[in-house]
Design a protein around this ligand. Structure first.
Ligand SMILES: Cc1cc2nc3c(=O)[nH]c(=O)nc-3n(C[C@H](O)[C@H](O)[C@H](O)COP(=O)(O)OP(=O)(O)OC[C@H]3O[C@@H](n4cnc5c(N)ncnc54)[C@H](O)[C@@H]3O)c2cc1C
Ligand code: SF4
Length: 478
């Protein structure tokens, strides 16, 4: 298994550019050659899009790049996003992964799409004719964009309403540039605009447009994400210097884009020369670590409540399932310390500004036979210096003061928008997809749900659909 080399830590932490170095074609082909073209390719089902992985591995190995990108686009609208950002559940399901490192599927995906863009093969594909039906999509994250492209290709007239000043959802203002530079989104948006999709930014559904405006469309798809942030209401949480990770990351992304940073009335947040504590051990926490180092933090400590996972697969998550194992991101490689089984109890301040974080150690034990419970370890209280605290605790679900309230759409017990098996909410013609429907998830799932919902909308509008369903559309082998 070989991946491209990364830029040296000392160099890459001085800027916000992507960190992988170019990968020679011979090395990509060598990775594709490792694919065993299994009779039952478990990587297909590992990928939420059902990507036709052995097919494009074979095409690249044979030097048939054009064919490879056609195969890739059959199931995935935006491989340049997933090829950079996907945690690659396909690789955990790769048969080779049983006793060897898996095929480097995500990297191959990125190489195929970048090769195709460089060759000028990715061009707009507007529909041959229009159906006369109109669809409104709320939200321009990966779910909204995938849904829009599919519906537009089916000939419907699609308008995407986005609250932010730029399109892309969390791709634009959540994920840092060092993971994906934003020209990657703009390059794809140019294609979507030329295909005929209409985008309206700065439009807050629920405020600028309401139920009455949306009812003029033949169908509506809510792809508005799961944007309600999980808070940490403990003593001292109102001190200055304690911020949501999303505010920190958004501001840095705006800075890189040369925009105003005091958006949404937030103060400018910086990690420069500060002791930073990041609470939350997931992807968002990891991006806060990488961003803090790039801003010149004095030190970064990262807390996670759960126990440290093993680097091996746990016994209860055998191949080809997605295992909860220890993952070390590029940001973790760049410095800082990681701490597990830590519960944050309070913030202590001076002159209204956070100064220390108080924690206790915890363990998990099944004391009553009803499953593991968290127990605070006696005498384990610790105090950590902190001039900046970033809360990376995830999201609780979609906002409800929007059309969700106006239509009284039912929510699931987890707070997501409830639909039937065809992505339609209780209200006829109103659909939901992506994080707003699924709960906080992944880009690959957002694209998958956007595509699947588009097909359901097409069936709703036209009584049938030629849009593909998951994993459909193998090209014949040559
Ligand atoms: C910091 C961070 C890093 C992440 N990193 C990764 C990663 O590396 N890999 C990965 O696979 N996943 C990652 N994820 C998860 C991934 O980004 C999401 O699962 C995905 O973006 C969901 O797509 P979506 O289209 O459903 O919603 P979003 O991307 O959240 O887009 C929703 C859009 O709807 C807009 N909107 C909301 N309400 C309204 C309204 N009322 N009116 C108009 N517009 C509205 C929002 O402004 C937003 O643009 C990350 C998440 C976060 C928070
Ligand atoms: S989208 Fe993700 S899961 Fe699917 S093939 Fe690409 S890297 Fe693998």
């Amino acid at each position: 298994m070989e991946l491209p080399k990364k830029r040296k830590v000392e160099e890459r932490t001085k800027d916000f550019k992507e960190f992988y170095l170019p990968f020679p074609e011979a090395k990509i082909k060598a990775q594709c050659a490792r694919c065993m073209d299994c009779g039952v390719p478990t990587c297909h089902s590992g990928c939420p899009l059902g990507n036709l992985i052995p097919d494009w591995n074979d095409s690249v190995y044979r030097g048939q790049w054009r064919r490879a990108v056609e195969q890739l686009h059959r199931t995935n609208n935006f491989p340049e996003f997933t090829g950079r950002l996907c945690p690659a559940p396909c690789e955990e399901a790769c048969v080779l992964g049983i006793n060897e490192p898996p095929v480097t599927i995500e990297q191959i995906e990125k190489e195929i799409i970048e090769y195709a863009f460089n060759q000028g093969w990715i061009v707009p594909e507007p529909p041959a004719q229009r159906t006369g039906k109109t669809v409104a999509i709320v939200g321009s994250g990966p779910a909204g964009l995938a849904c829009a492209q599919q519906l537009n290709r089916a000939g419907h007239t699609v308008t995407v309403f986005e609250r932010d000043d730029e399109l892309g959802g969390l791709l634009r203002y959540g994920i840092p540039d060092f993971k994906m530079e934003k020209w990657v989104i703009d390059r794809r948006l140019d294609i979507l605009i030329q295909e005929g999709i209409r985008f309206e930014t700065g439009i807050h559904e629920g405020v600028d447009i309401t139920r009455d405006d949306l009812s003029k469309f033949d169908a509506v798809v809510l792809c508005s994400g799961a944007t309600v942030l999980r808070d940490l209401p403990i003593p001292g949480s109102d001190l200055d210097g304690i911020h949501f990770a999303m505010d920190f990351l958004t501001q840095q992304n705006r800075l890189v884009a040369g925009k105003e940073v005091d958006c949404y009335g937030q103060p400018v947040i910086t990690a420069k020369d500060k002791h930073v504590v990041v609470i939350g051990g997931g992807d968002t926490g990891s991006y806060c670590i990488g961003t803090s180092h790039r801003q010149g933090a004095r030190g970064v400590a990262n807390f996670e409540l759960l126990p440290k996972p093993s680097t091996d697969r746990p016994d209860h998550q055998p191949w080809p399932y997605w295992p909860m194992r220890l993952r070390t991101s590029s940001s973790h490689e760049e410095g800082g310390t990681r701490h597990w089984q830590i519960l944050t109890k309070a913030f202590v301040g001076e002159a209204g500004y956070v100064k220390d974080v108080i924690t206790v150690d915890v363990e998990f034990a099944n004391t009553d036979g009803k499953g593991p419970k968290m127990i605070e370890k006696p005498d384990s209280e610790r105090s950590w210096p902190a001039d900046l605290v970033l809360l990376a605790l995830g999201f609780t679900g979609p906002e409800s003061d929007t059309v969700v309230a106006q239509y009284e759409l039912p929510l699931t017990p987890y707070g997501s928008i409830q639909t039937d098996g065809h992505y339609m909410t209780r209200v006829d013609g109103i659909f939901a997809a992506g994080d707003s429907h699924r709960g906080q998830s992944l880009i690959v799932w957002a694209i998958s749900e956007g595509r699947e919902a588009a097909r359901c909308v097409d069936v709703y509008l036209m009584g049938g659909s030629d849009l593909p369903t998951k994993g459909e559309g193998d090209l014949p082998r040559v």
